[in-house]
Ligand binder design. Structure first.
Ligand code: AMP
Ligand code: TRP
Length: 352
């Protein structure tokens, strides 16, 4: 279903020809172990998109330090995340996998975008409001301009398609506003429009403890999420303990209305089975959560076991992994450097 949803975007022969030339960019923060939300909302779609796009996938360590990261852990978390992306099925030779701080073009363009984006635009960002919480005076300035750096990540490559989870929709709208304002201010059609690709029945995976909260690698409670590195018995236990309500599963998706925890588990199951919630409920509707949770845990274990094993294998050979990232950064820089140099020329910086 994911593959067909993506193919749906390129259904006709001619459309496929143009999309084959389109460049994909996406990023993920090394702020912890990647979760099932990262996998179903983003990485799994990244894998499917490799077949007919040029893809650039970035471990965004510059974004990660917008909130405190222990310097003793950041480099290792960057490696772990790169390993897990590759273990999910990204091919780092046919495509590019690298870490953001290794390519200076990102920060150079981000500074220009800091001067293009308006404060009023940034003030509307819901992720900033959520992350800053009530103590706004005390968060980093980096957290505030985070969306400008994200726009720079994408536009430094003239990437046109960005696969993300639903939570990033507003940031991509802002990136388009920045691109348009730059083009308008400098009187040239330089940056392309970006198309968000928000795909599948699990574009927003919720916490296992609270169906109204996003599953997040930085949540204080480990019980709230499935980590891609979780052992089978940890997965089984977390699913068994996942919050639900007392009613049995409904027979159709309309019955999930007002039942966020049930909707979440059904969405996860549907995504893992490459089907839709209607299909899942035709099979499991009317039953209690006990049997359904068992089936869900089995499916999760079967999906994540090979990913965790391959991640461990890659991490056991850090030299090879580092060489992959170094090569990715060199190939990324070769694309971004001339684009960002041209943006700097358009702005009017002196070249001597
Ligand atoms: P982050 O972990 O914030 O760096 O997010 C990396 C990617 O995973 C982005 O495309 C997010 O939209 C996606 N993502 C993160 N958490 C979730 C979630 N709970 N459900 C769906 N997608 C998610
Ligand atoms: N902000 C994204 C997130 O937290 C990560 C990200 C950074 C990103 N730069 C990007 C995603 C560029 C897509 C494209 O999920």
């Amino acid at each position: 279903m994911i593959a067909s949803a993506i193919n749906g975007l390129t259904a006709t022969g001619t459309a496929r020809k143009t999309t084959a030339m389109q460049r994909i960019f996406s990023g993920i923060q090394p702020s912890g172990i990647p979760t099932l939300g990262n996998y179903l909302g983003a990485i799994r779609n990244w894998v499917a998109l490799q077949h007919d796009h040029d893809c650039i996938y970035c471990v965004v360590d510059l974004h990660a330090i917008t909130v405190w990261q222990d310097p003793k852990l950041l480099a290792q978390q960057t490696r772990e995340l790169a390993a897990s992306i590759i273990a999910c099925g990204i091919d780092p030779t046919a495509h590019i996998v690298f870490h953001q701080s290794a390519v200076a073009a990102h920060v150079r363009l981000a500074w220009i975008f800091n001067c293009v984006a308006r404060l009023g635009w940034l003030n509307r960002m819901t992720q900033f409001k959520d992350k800053a919480g009530p103590d706004r005076e005390n968060v980093s300035a980096g957290l505030y301009v985070y969306p400008n750096l994200m726009a720079a990540d994408i536009l430094a490559y003239h990437a046109t398609r960005v696969p993300v989870g639903d939570d990033q929709r507003q940031h991509l709208e802002l990136a388009n506003d920045i691109a348009q304002k730059f083009n308008h201010d400098y009187g040239i059609d330089f940056f392309p429009a970006i198309e968000p690709l928000i795909l599948g029945p699990a574009a927003r995976v919720m916490s296992l403890r609270d169906g109204m909260k996003k599953m997040s690698k930085s949540d204080a409670s480990d019980q709230s999420r499935i980590n891609l590195s979780d052992a089978p018995d940890a997965i089984a236990l977390k699913i068994r303990r996942a919050k639900t309500d007392p009613a049995p599963l409904p027979g159709e998706p309309a019955g999930l209305e007002g039942r966020p925890e049930a909707r979440n588990l059904v969405g996860i199951y549907a995504a893992l089975r490459d089907t839709d919630p209607g299909d899942v409920l035709r099979e499991h509707g009317g039953k209690g959560f006990g049997a359904f949770k068992e089936a869900l845990a089995a499916l999760l274990i079967e999906t994540l076991r090979p990913i965790a094993a391959e991640t461990r294998r890659l991490l056991n050979d850090p030299e090879t992994l580092d060489a992959i990232l170094r090569d990715g950064a060199a190939r990324a820089a070769a694309i971004a450097e001339p684009i960002v140099a041209e943006a700097e020329r358009l702005v009017g910086f002196l070249r001597v």
